[in-house]
Ligand binder design. Structure first.
Ligand code: NAD
Length: 388
């Protein structure tokens, strides 16, 4: 058997209604809490409810509601300033990946010199573990898995660069995953965030860092998404299906925290950095067909699994034949959830194809792909998804 390591320090508090425990959980880390969220109107009743839960428990809450989707260094700077002014002991991220990642970046920036951007995964010095503020995450999308990862994705708008703090010190201490909080998600967020779960699970299976434990979790997450994402898109108030998606999201987060992602995510980060209006999951949906066609011959077993998960009729054919069908099956799935589109459709200028290809090779994710793209192949991949 392949050797592997598995490490997961985040406590997971999972289940409908569990948000009610937020007060006692926060109190374990201190009395002064900064709650970090987007300003979105549909979530205001939830923010008020959580503030009340915390206040009732004796927590002094300040609310930073300046997070934008694909949060930037300006977001973390403003949040860190507020954390310092409030003398926060603990940072609570409430929302999707953007709010939870912003909370992690703020937890570093509030107690360190410079900006969160100075603490990206490849920079020295790394954040000082004794100074990083504890983070608690309450997820409201399914999702990025950020509630259980050591990753904070952040964008430097001036450089059109999306990168990440990546360090075990920013694993949330506790992840509260309450599927009831996802009932307000509109279809336009449910579909791309749900597809992101599929991508995390699948890419963790083909990353060299994978192992049997990650594959076990990843396969379950993929089956759960295929069965339940269409249901929550059909009926957003289906709490049982929302629970299954929240569980798939958490499983897939555990997978990427341990094994990491590959080519599509590396390219997706480049898309998000250069075109921040494109949602993270939407960028992955655009990239997946071409990346699947490019890679399926180099990871036959895993792509055979993907195709069969999407179409159980392929159980009777060989792995090679099933892997060959992965491209066709992923396109069918994306069409069924309304996410089959091109970079042209989302307004990317054609003359930036080469710039995007170059940017897709900045993060190391593409090197963890079973087939590593050359620069020329990267240009071909971007060109293909531009016109598809
Ligand atoms: P998001 O957090 O950007 O949220 C999208 C929109 O949905 C926001 O306007 C948000 O306020 C709204 N929203 C969230 N929950 C809602 C709810 N329950 N009801 C109604 N509206 C709601 O979306 P996301 O896809 O969860 O996060 C994307 C970010 O996470 C990107 O920056 C991406 O790169 C990053 N990411 C991080 C990790 C990680 O491990 N840290 C992994 C993958 C992606």
């Amino acid at each position: 058997m392949k050797q592997f390591n598995y490490h997961q320090p985040t406590e997971i508090v999972f289940g409908t209604g569990r948000v009610a425990e937020a007060g006692e959980i926060i109190l374990r880390y201190g009395k002064r809490c900064l709650m970090v969220t987007t300003p979105d109107a549909p979530l205001i009743p939830l923010y008020n409810r959580i503030s009340q839960i915390l206040t009732d428990a004796g927590v002094e809450v300040a609310h930073f509601n300046g997070v934008i989707p694909n949060p930037t260094t300006e977001t973390s700077a403003a949040g860190a300033k507020m954390a310092r002014e409030h003398n926060a002991d603990v940072i609570l991220g409430v929302g999707g990946g953007s709010s939870m990642d912003a909370a992690k970046a703020i937890a570093v920036e509030a107690t360190h010199s410079g900006s969160a951007w100075d603490y990206l995964f490849y920079k020295e010095p790394a954040p000082d573990p004794s100074r990083v503020l504890p983070v608690v995450a309450i997820s409201t999308t399914s999702g990025t898995g950020s509630q259980v990862t050591q990753v904070s994705v952040i964008t430097n708008s001036a450089e059109r660069d999306k990168s990440a703090l990546y360090n075990p010190v920013i694993f949330p201490k506790v992840a509260i995953v309450d599927p009831e909080l996802m009932l307000t998600l509109p279809k336009s967020v449910t579909a791309p965030t749900g597809f992101d779960v599929f991508c995390h699970a699948f890419e963790s299976m083909i990353n060299p860092g994978t192992g049997d434990y990650v594959k076990l979790l990843a396969k379950e997450a993929i089956h759960l998404v295929v069965a339940n994402l269409p249901k929550v898109l059909e009926e957003g108030s289906d709490l049982f299906a929302r629970e299954k998606m929240a569980w798939a999201d958490t499983l897939a987060g555990l997978c990427i925290a341990s094994a990491g992602v590959t080519l599509p995510h590396g390219m997706g980060m480049a898309v998000g950095g250069m075109y921040p209006h494109v949602a993270h999951g939407e960028s992955l949906a655009i990239l997946y067909p071409a990346c699947t066609k490019f890679t399926s011959g180099s990871a036959v077993k895993e792509y055979a699994f993907m195709a069969r998960a999407l179409n159980p009729n392929l159980e009777s054919v060989s792995d090679a034949e099933s892997a060959d069908k992965a491209y066709e099956e992923i396109v069918k799935f994306l069409k069924s959830i309304g996410l089959y589109k091109s970079l042209k459709d989302v307004g990317m200028p054609e003359e930036e194809i080469e710039a995007l290809a170059k940017q897709s090779m900045v993060l190391p994710d593409y090197q963890g792909n079973p087939r590593v793209a050359t620069y020329e192949e990267m240009v071909e991949l971007v060109t293909e998804v531009y016109y598809q």
